[in-house]
Structure formats: structure tokens, C-alpha cells
Design a protein around this ligand. Structure first.
Ligand code: ARG
Length: 834
């Protein structure tokens, strides 16, 4: 962040150049050129020339005037600052701006600022005045604003002067002695607001202060407004600010509406802890902690309000208490430690040092399971963690490992005065230098992974080192490049090996073998033997039995006939004698040829015509849904769960957008209100079991290219493991991130339920389907919920699942969990008739 960037509209530096160009350009249309074309005696031409000449001189005049005006024109610049006064005692009365004590000291500070600026030859001419806004302890910190009227052309040099000259000690020139001063230009987005509201609040022991945006939760926040909250705590305390709801307009660089949190009572850029906009889910809470007993929170909104806003609670925490303490001696053979306040944001200006000491003859290994330090520069001059003299900063891959060569290691954490992040979560273990990964495999990155993960086809190490030099067993494809991949990926149309070996010789089952739909070869004898030998049922399809005895796995036609064919519906072949398997309408047809979602890409407009965006009325997107008929949508039950604030279980709380592509172009979409919401009666809000709900539109929608239903799979429809499916949505594009503006899509694969249940620690039920990329990096995320998991059938897309939950987003070995739609086919029919 450039602290001096005032964001003013004009850049005077280049204006001279522009002017030169303008001057050279003008003669080209000069009247003298026009005169050459004179037709003798033609009065019209002469009048024309005169008019042109007049117009020309007028333009020149205007430009000259404009140039002079601009050059001499002064603009108002506000600087905010803090000053550390060392020879004054802090008085409690300084907290009250109306007290005589406050006013007396403020006057002195203002006089001294005036004196100081009047002595600066560059600044004195432009200085207007200063106003003290607040004082705080230590000895006394004064916070003020200084106004200057500066020529446009000097704006940036004055910005530089203001920041540089005053960082050093200005020296005593009056009764007050002050050492440090910090100044920055006030963000121009802030002082141009038409309405300004300022609040002050004080926390006490066990007494929290509520900070909420105007109107919250009953109305959206107002447009064009600046709100500031100056928060104070008792001396020797720090302030903790926890947002329980955070819902602002989301824009790139938060340029529209934003909240800024400062570790100061002045809006100093050098003390800005964070600038936030968009939506933060309660699973991913925003919480900040100051370095002293003051904090400033600002909310700025643009011409358009319309978002719910935020609610936060400020409490005080004793300095040095457990919540903010860090560092110390760690012994034993293993343990863990985190940055202060983890997983919430660490405080600025913090230094911690841990000394890890393990038994002699052992070495230390530290594993950072999470590591997020604010954006940084090479060599990590700002916030950093230092291990063995090496500085780490920014965001590191999960499970980054560092080891020592002795039985001791020191880990230092340091944060500077601005821009904080969530910090890190680390564990340490002692290891034998000769055996760094007992009973485990050591990745090149020094990480230890369980031996079963070696050569299993998944990049578990993150650097692929567990998949190199493998001897693949018979259940695996042996890629030429030495990798092993699961056999069910053979001949599936995806280059899993990376050298296409898994996609070669595909139709090459032996003559006495049957080629399964998934490329597997089985003995011809196993075809049509009543067993699902291919594991995708393809060996039991087309067995020459138009109708067979019904089992739970068979597709049942409208007339009761049972088919042996797998997934016979809407595949373009009439399998039922009554043709009911092809009774599909226009469902699942993508009008355009294919191809946030984390790790995805922008969809093309109209590519996913069944995708719906569910908005809280007059507010932002919160969930996805899928169109299944001209009046019914399918979404997740957790999207419409009862809640006190937004009443999401009530139809009247929602508005839905069909045919939407870009969240910024709602007017291009078809908007509907809801008649009713039917959540599944067995939805369990703790386990997310039966996470499905139906929404009835207030008025039916007419289908067109960009609005069309997705096909519903029958109860017997099979989505085999390894099958490629698509996720789409406007959700977050990274874990903890903000939602996407343009619809995102990503391809993932169905994952074997047994494998998935183990990965998800036994939390899977038969009403859930897993899909993802186990190597990590591609997944649905917050805000995608309720949206479709679309599976390509034969030419049409089927709703395989509804985005439901996950452990974080796109983490390795943590697939996304989707509601298993075939399980709810009968329920959907019962409730909607579809
Ligand atoms: N529950 C989330 C939502 O409300 C969706 C989670 C999906 N997560 C995942 N990692 N696949 O938007």
C-alpha cells in the first residue's frame, strides 16, 4: 500500500505534455488553410472562414484560460496525523473533547503545528489550519487533521514532504516536546462523502461495545456516507474487534464500499490494519486486535448503498494476557504453537520468539499447517516468521516444513505497524536425524506422509515427490513418465499421466474382452451376468433384454417396464416401449459448446442456463440454485435455514435471478420472487445430511437459450467414481476469499464414497456425493452452495448434486461434498410434480 496515494483525480505531471500536443494540433485546422480553398466572390465561404476563425480563437482562449486556471488552481488536501508528546501527563479529562483540559492542550498542539508549518518554506504558503480530534495515553498521543490548499501541480511533492520531513523529530519550538509524528494524506474517497457520522466508544472490563453499520440489521447502509468509530479501552489493554456479520458490496480493490480498521485514532495509512469489503461467512470470521488501547474503524460507502452492512463487538483484553501472549520455551518431543489470536488476525507491532528444545541427539521439525502473513516484498521486510535465520512471509503452501540440524530451533514472529493477516498454525516434532520420517514417506519438501499415499496416483506431497520412482501395482496405470494413476482413469478422455499414456491404446481390450464404458477391460463372460463388473454398470447394459425383472438398480419406465440399461434417460435412444425415458423436453442442453469456484475459470455467457443466483432481497448473492422446471428450483437446505437476521427460511426474504452471468448486470437477468420454500424435513444442520430444498417461483419463467432446466436423474441413475462433472457458481475464488462477479466453472471428478468417507473422517452419509480434485486446488467454496453439480450424460446435463459443504475449500484430500440428487428423486416428484 502506498501511504501517500491520495487518489486525486488529476495528475499534473503529464499536463504540460498534453498542452504541447494541443498547441501543435491547432494550426492543422487553422483558418489560413481554409482560405486556400477560396472560391472568388463566394460570400458563404468567407462567412464560413470568419466563423471558423472566431471559433478557433475561442477554443485557444479557453484552453489558455483553462491552462492558467488549472496551474494556479488550488485544491484542498487533508492530512491526518498523530504526534507523541513526551512532556505531558495524560489526564482522564482528555477523553472528553469538551473538557477545558482537552481544549487547552488542543490549542497548544494546534498552535505548535501552525508554528512548525509556518517555518517550512515549502509548506507555509499552503497551510490553512489544524484541528485536534483526540488524545490517548502514552505519554500523550495527539491525533489531528491539518488542512492545506495546494496547487494541483505540487500535490505529490507536498505529499512527499508531509510524510518525510515529519517522521524525524521536529524539535521543540513551543512548550510541548514531541518526538515521533506520523502523517498521511486522507484517502480522498473518505473526505468527499456527503454525510459524515462520528462515534466514540469506550470498553470497560467485561463490558463490550457494539459497533454496527447504520440501519443494521433492518435496513441496508446509507449511500455516500462516512462513519467513523473511535474506540478506546482502559490503559494497558488492547482492543479486540469481532465481526459477527460482514456483508458489504464487493468490488475490486474495495473501491466502492469498504471498512478500514486502524491501529490508531487517526486514519493513518501507516497504521491501517486492514481494508475489507464483500462478504465474510461466520465460518471465516473477521476479527482484529490492536497493539494499544485505541482503534479506529471507518465505513465508507459510494453512491449506492443497498448492502446489509456489519455488526461487530469490541472488547478489551489485558496486554500480556493469554489471548495476545506469544513466544516462550517449548520442550518435549512434540507440541504446537500459533501466531497470537490465530485463526483471527494477529495484532500489528508484535514480536514473539519461541525456543524449541527437544531431547539431545534429536533434531526439530516445524510444520506450518497454515501460513498467511500479509502481502509482502522480497526478503520479507514487513511481517515475517524467521526460522534458522530464514525469513518466511506472504502465503505459504499448507504443511510447509522447516528442520534444524541440532536439538534447538528458534522461531520468531514479527509484525509491523500495518496490514495484518491470519498468521500461522504450527506443530513441532523431534526426529532422529537418521530417520526423519519414522514409518512414513519423506517428501522432497521434508514433509512426512503416510506410506499408503506413496504411488497412489495423487500428488499428496504437493511437489509430486510421492509419485516419482514408483513401481505401479496391477490396480494402477503405469504411466511412461513413472507416475501411477488409478486404473479407473484409463481411457476416460483426461490426460491424467501428463504424458497421455493413460489415454493410449484405448479400444484395445483383448478380443475376448469387453470394453467397459470407463475403459476397463473385463472378460466377455462377465457381460450380462447380473454383476456390475465394470463398476459403472456398462457390462449390464444392453443385454438384449428390453425389459427385465425389476431390482432397485433398474430404471423404471412410466408404464412399469424395467430396463437393464444404465442411465437410459434422455440419451437419445428410446428404451422404454412407451418412450417415457426420452420424455425430457429441453432439459440439460447447453446452448453453447463447452467447456467461484476455486481453481476454475469464467463461464461463457449462457453456458449454464439452469444456474440461478439467490439474493437476499435488495441485497447480494448468497447461494446458487438450479432450474428444474418453469416454476421450480432446487437448492441446498442450509441456504434457507432459519436465522434471526435475514429470515432466510421465508420465501419473502429472497429474490432470484435466472439467466444471470455477471452479478453487476442484474438487469440483464430474469428476476423472480418466491411463492414458497420447501426444505427437506430431515435436513440436519449439524451434519448437513439431506441438504436439499425446493423453491417455487411466484411466476413461471419462459425458457430460452439462457434459461433452461437441467435434467433430473432418476433414482437409479449412476454417477460412477472418476466421472467428470462440472461445478458452477459465484462463490469465493479462494478459501476465505470474496465471491466472483462473473459465473465461474470448473471440472472435477466424482470420488469413491468409501475413500471420501475416510478423507472426511466418517462424516459422509449415503445422501452425500463427493467430487473434487484430491490433489487440491479445484473446488466449490463459500457462496457456491445450493448450486448445481452438472454431469454430462449423452448430450445432456444431469443434476448429479447440490453444492453442500467441505472442509475449507480446495484443500488437498478434502473433496467437496454435494447432496446426492438421485436419492431425492421421489421426494422432488412428490413435492413439485416434476
Ligand atoms: N457451504 C458453502 C456455502 O454456503 C459451500 C461449501 C462448499 N465447500 C466446498 N469446499 N466444496 O456456500
Amino acid at each position: 500500500m502506498d501511504p501517500m496515494n491520495s487518489g486525486m483525480r488529476y495528475t499534473p505531471k503529464s499536463s504540460d505534455k498534453d498542452w504541447d500536443q494541443a498547441v501543435t494540433f491547432l494550426p492543422a485546422s487553422d483558418g489560413s488553410k481554409l482560405e486556400k480553398k477560396k472560391g472568388p466572390g463566394k460570400l458563404g465561404t468567407i462567412i464560413g472562414v470568419v466563423i471558423a476563425a472566431c471559433a478557433l480563437s475561442l477554443i485557444i482562449g479557453l484552453l489558455v484560460w483553462h491552462f492558467h486556471f488549472r496551474q494556479g488552481h488550488k485544491i484542498k488536501k487533508l492530512y491526518t496525523g498523530s504526534m507523541h508528546i513526551t512532556n505531558q501527563e495524560y489526564l482522564p479529562a482528555y477523553e472528553d473533547n469538551n473538557s477545558t483540559e482537552f481544549q487547552a492542550l488542543a490549542k497548544e498542539v494546534e498552535a505548535q503545528l501552525k508554528d512548525m508549518y509556518s517555518k517550512s518554506p515549502q509548506l507555509s504558503k499552503y497551510y490553512v489550519d489544524s484541528t485536534v480530534n483526540a488524545f490517548s495515553q502514552g505519554s500523550v498521543m495527539a491525533y489531528y487533521e491539518s488542512e492545506f490548499h495546494v496547487p494541483l501541480s505540487l500535490e505529490s511533492s507536498i505529499n512527499d514532504l508531509m510524510s518525510k520531513s515529519q517522521r524525524s523529530s521536529p524539535g521543540p519550538s513551543g512548550a510541548l516536546i514531541f518526538d515521533t509524528m506520523e502523517t498521511s494524506a486522507v484517502d480522498s474517497r473518505i473526505f468527499t462523502k456527503s454525510s459524515v457520522q462520528r462515534f466514540t466508544a469506550r470498553t470497560r472490563p467485561n463490558q463490550a461495545v457494539l459497533v454496527k453499520s447504520p440501519g443494521f440489521p433492518d435496513y441496508p447502509y446509507p449511500p455516500n456516507t462516512l462513519v467513523q468509530w473511535q474506540l478506546r479501552a482502559d490503559p494497558n489493554n488492547v482492543i479486540k474487534l469481532d465481526f459477527s456479520t460482514f456483508y458489504l458490496e464487493n468490488a475490486q480493490d474495495c473501491k466502492n464500499d469498504f471498512v478500514k480498521v486502524y491501529d490508531s485514532l487517526a486514519a493513518l495509512e501507516s497504521r491501517m490494519m486492514a481494508e475489507k469489503c464483500g462478504y465474510y461467512s461466520p465460518n471465516d470470521p473477521l476479527s482484529f486486535i490492536s497493539s494499544s488501547n485505541v482503534m479506529l474503524v471507518t465505513l465508507a460507502t459510494n453512491e449506492k448503498g443497498e448492502y446489509p452492512g456489519f455488526r461487530a463487538q469490541a472488547t478489551q483484553v489485558m496486554k500480556g494476557s493469554r489471548e495476545v501472549a506469544c513466544g516462550g520455551l517449548l520442550t518435549g518431543t512434540s507440541g504446537s504453537f500459533t501466531s497470537p489470536n490465530y485463526p483471527k488476525y494477529y495484532p500489528p507491532l508484535t514480536n514473539c520468539e519461541w525456543t524449541i528444545e527437544v531431547p539431545v541427539n534429536m533434531n526439530v521439525k516445524v510444520i506450518f499447517s497454515k501460513f498467511m502473513l500479509s502481502k509482502n516484498e522480497p526478503n520479507c521486510p514487513k511481517d515475517y516468521v524467521q526460522v534458522n535465520g530464514e525469513r518466511l512471509c506472504g502465503t505459504l503452501q499448507a504443511n510447509t516444513v522447516r528442520t534444524s540440524n541440532t536439538n534447538k530451533m528458534t522461531v520468531v514472529f514479527s509484525s509491523d505497524s500495518s496490514l495484518v493477516d491470519r498468521g500461522f498454525d504450527a506443530t513441532y516434532v523431534a526426529f532422529e536425524p537418521t530417520n526423519p520420517c519414522p514409518d512414513k514417506f519423506q517428501c522432497s519438501s521434508k514433509r512426512c506422509i503416510s506410506l499408503e499415499l506413496r504411488c497412489d496416483g495423487w500428488n499428496d506431497c504437493g511437489d509430486n515427490s510421492d509419485e516419482r520412482n514408483c513401481k505401479c501395482d496391477t490396480s494402477m496405470i503405469s504411466c511412461k513418465n513413472g507416475l501411477c494413476k488409478p486404473m479407473f482413469w484409463k481411457c476416460d478422455g483426461v490426460d491424467d499421466c501428463g504424458d497421455r499414456t493413460d489415454e493410449m491404446d484405448c479400444a484395445s481390450c483383448k478380443p475376448d474382452e469387453f470394453v467397459c464404458g470407463n475403459g476397463k477391460c473385463i472378460s466377455m463372460k462377465q457381460k450380462c451376468d447380473g454383476h456390475n463388473d465394470c463398476s459403472d454398470n456398462s457390462d449390464e447394459a444392453d443385454c438384449g433384454r428390453a425389459s427385465i425383472q425389476c431390482t432397485v438398480n433398474n430404471y423404471v419406465c412410466k408404464n412399469g417396464q424395467c430396463l437393464s440399461k444404465v442411465n437410459p434417460e434422455c440419451d437419445g435412444v428410446k428404451d422404454c416401449t412407451d418412450g417415457s425415458d426420452e420424455d425430457c423436453g429441453d432439459c440439460g442442453k447447453q446452448p453453447y459448446k463447452t467447456s467461484r469456484i476455486v481453481g476454475g475459470q469464467e463461464a461463457t455467457e449462457g453456458e449454464w442456463p439452469w444456474q440461478v443466483s439467490l439474493h437476499i432481497k435488495n441485497s447480494i448473492h448468497v447461494c446458487g440454485a438450479s432450474i428444474i422446471s418453469d416454476r421450480w428450483l432446487v437448492t441446498a437446505a442450509h441456504c434457507v435455514q432459519e436465522d434471526p437476521k435475514f429470515k432466510l427460511n421465508q420465501a419473502s426474504s429472497w429474490e432470484v435471478y435466472l439467466g444471470l452471468h455477471n452479478q453487476k448486470q442484474l438487469e440483464k437477468a430474469e428476476k423472480r420472487l418466491l411463492k414458497q420454500i420447501i426444505a427437506h424435513p430431515n435436513y440436519n444442520e449439524y451434519t448437513y445430511d439431506n441438504d436439499i430444498a425446493l423453491m417455487e417461483l411466484d411466476q413461471p419463467v419462459a425458457f430460452k437459450e439462457s434459461i433452461r432446466p437441467i435434467c433430473l436423474p432418476s433414482a437409479t441413475y449412476s454417477f460412477p467414481a472418476g466421472k467428470e462433472v462440472w461445478i458452477t457458481g459465484w462463490g469465493a475464488t479462494r478459501e476465505g476469499g470474496v465471491g466472483a462477479q462473473v459465473l465461474q466453472k470448473a471440472a472435477v471428478r466424482i470420488i469413491n464414497s468409501t475413500v471420501c468417507d475416510t478423507l472426511m473422517n466418517g462424516q459422509l452419509t449415503s445422501r452425500m456425493t463427493c467430487a473434487g480434485v484430491l490433489a487440491g486446488g479445484v473446488d466449490a467454496c463459500q457462496g457456491d452452495s445450493g448450486g448445481p453439480l452438472s454431469s454430462v450424460g449423452t448430450g445432456r446435463m444431469f443434476l448429479a448434486g447440490v453444492v453442500s459443504w467441505g472442509d475449507g475449500c480446495a484443500r488437498r484430500n478434502k473433496p467437496g461434498i454435494y447432496t446426492n440428487v438421485p436419492k431425492f428423486r421421489a421426494w422432488i416428484k412428490e413435492k413439485t410434480g416434476v
